[in-house]
Design a protein around this ligand. Sequence first.
Ligand code: HPA
Length: 242
Amino acid sequence: MTTLAIIGGTGLTQLSDLNILSREQLDTPYGSPSAEFVTGELNGSRIIFLARHGNPHTIAPHQINYRANIWGLKQLGVEQIVAVAAVGGITGEMAPAHIAIPDQIIDYSYGRKHTFFEDEAVTHIDFTYPYNQKLRSRLISAASAANIKISPLGTYGCTQGPRLETAAEIRRMERDGCDLVGMTGMPEAALAKELDMAYAAISVVANWAAGKSEGEITMAEIERHLHKGMANTALLLKAFVG
Ligand code: HPA
């Protein structure tokens, strides 16, 4: 049986429906992962859960040890990763509380430790399709089974954070073809691919991106929409593993 991991982001520090079996603190050649790896049963299936920002939520997107997180999951035998992350919505239907299963990435982040291939012969992984297509299809089917309306495609732009973007940065990202903006999708996706793990993302829209709605973006607004989006995400995940 393939081992599945769920990485939870802002708004998903714990999986409330997870029947916890064990917790494991791991060390890796790349340092410490964000939190303990929690093994448990979700809707009868065994999964491993990791809180990307730590538990409690204290690690900023640019300070997450992405390599330690992915390496730790690999060490635990994980072959598939579903990564949940809050995003800002840029285009069309990407309204607050909506869920998308993105199919493409543009990486605007910088200065992050973004590869496992540093000291050896250079390895160029193929990254044409950054997300695993089979895992994406299964997520899309699970959403349909759970009666949750999602966007089955979308380009995710990864910014450095922790600040939100300017309106002009979002206009540029839209011209580039981004539908969603987040801060944690990279290098996570590429690192998983480097270790030959199937990786797909659930993007949960917390707010309209900068300049896409009246006024400024408030944390209160983000939390309110995330609450609803994460409730649907929990249902989607249950249908996915069940
Ligand atoms: N920008 C970047 N990351 C985000 C946003 C945003 O507007 N909302 C939630 N995560």
